[in-house]
Write a protein that binds this ligand. Structure first.
Ligand code: UT7
Length: 331
């Protein structure tokens, strides 16, 4: 019997229209274009304004519709929709359920998956497992975040980094052995003191005091997170190469979470990869959390070839991190 693997068969993406440049940030907080560019690689990011649309689902729906259109299928053929996100439309009711009904996925169930910047990577593992087990045949994985909803635009340590966006991929069975090949996923809950949002959850429900003290905005101890991110992202990517007997020269593309260009460069160096094999769009979108990986695939899709070996790597709040090896399934 032929072995079934889980392959990506279509990609969609969406970023909001409003562009927040480094120059604009110079007028909002004590910062400058030179600092932001040299420390992070970011020049601009997108922000979803109420005039355009509201909530993470607005962008997720756009990305989902592009996937359906490109693959030429009807939403009713979907079995499952997973929305990887750190900023769901609201707590309790899942954003995925809303996305499903809005796009007409009448035969699908859906749920959200939360693991900060590793949400999409962990979602790839989840989506692929359903396919390989034979339980479902069409799983839509969306990575979407409206980071502007939890950013304090008076806090220069976070507002220069994050942006809004969404990307989506369809996972389907493949009989040529293409698709997800291997993964190494990790978590360390002690990291939550260095990156996260204290208010709004069950530990600290909203009160007048929590709002006054800015507890409903994301915080990060950048230096500490940077240290963990650099070593862990490079470690897991190197481990994935090693246990799949791959050299840097075998890899067509590194698909790295877009948190900081310096972290990406360090990971690529450790893997022995040249710069032109590293997907990068941090300069125009900043860190879109769950959307970085699918937005990279969306931007680079026309350059991907069937059989290309892709190594994904991510690091995020929690802490959560990991790497995955996937072969591309179409030209
Ligand atoms: O996606 C989830 C995972 N997140 C990450 O991977 C983010 C990891 N961290 C980082 O990317 C970096 O730590 C940052 C980009 C957040 C900060 O870069 P850094 O090189 O670690 O800078 P720093 O925090 O050590 O700050 C250096 C200096 C400080 O001044 P002093 O103390 O040296 O006088 C800061 O006060 O830069 C100052 N600074 C700024 N200056 C201008 C901090 N933020 C800014 C700013 N503009 N926005």
């Amino acid at each position: 019997m032929t072995k079934t693997t889980a392959a990506i068969t279509a990609v969609g993406g969406y970023v909001p229209q409003f562009v927040l440049t480094n120059q604009m940030l110079e007028g909002m907080v004590e910062t400058n274009d030179e600092w932001i560019t040299s420390r992070t690689g970011i020049k601009e990011r997108r922000v979803l304004k109420p005039e355009e649309g509201e909530g993470t689902s607005y962008m997720a729906i756009k990305a989902a519709r592009e996937v359906l259109e490109k693959r030429g299928i009807d939403a009713s053929e979907l079995d499952l929709i997973i929305v990887a996100t750190a900023t769901p439309d609201s707590l309790v009711a899942s954003t995925a359920a809303f996305v499903a009904s809005e796009i007409g996925a009448t035969n699908a169930f859906g749920y959200d998956l939360l693991a900060a910047c590793s949400s999409f990577l962990f979602g790839m593992s989840t989506a692929a497992s359903y396919i390989v087990s034979g339980t479902y045949r069409k799983v839509l994985l969306i990575g979407a975040d409206k980071m502007s909803s939890i950013i304090n635009y008076k806090d220069r340590t976070t507002c220069i980094i994050f942006g809004d966006g969404a990307g989506a991929v369809l996972f389907e069975p493949n009989t040529e052995g293409l698709g997800l090949q291997d993964e190494y996923l990790r978590a360390d809950g002690k990291g939550r003191q260095f990156l996260g949002m204290e208010g709004g959850g069950s530990l600290m429900p909203a009160t007048e005091e929590s709002v006054r003290n800015n507890k409903h905005f994301i915080f990060q101890d950048g230096k500490t997170v940077f240290k963990f991110a650099v070593s862990n992202m490079a470690d897991v990517a190197a481990r994935i190469l090693e246990r799949n007997h791959l050299k840097g020269s075998d890899v067509a593309w590194l698909v790295p979470h877009q948190a900081n260009k310096r972290i990406i460069d360090a990971t690529a160096k450790r893997m022995g990869l040249e710069g032109e094999k590293v997907m990068m769009n941090i300069q125009k979108y900043g860190n879109t959390t769950s959307a970085t990986l699918p937005l990279l695939l969306h931007d680079y899709e026309s350059r991907l070839k069937k059989g290309d070996k892709l190594v994904f790597a991510a690091f995020g709040g929690g802490f959560t991190w990991g790497s995955a090896y996937l072969t591309w399934a179409y030209d």
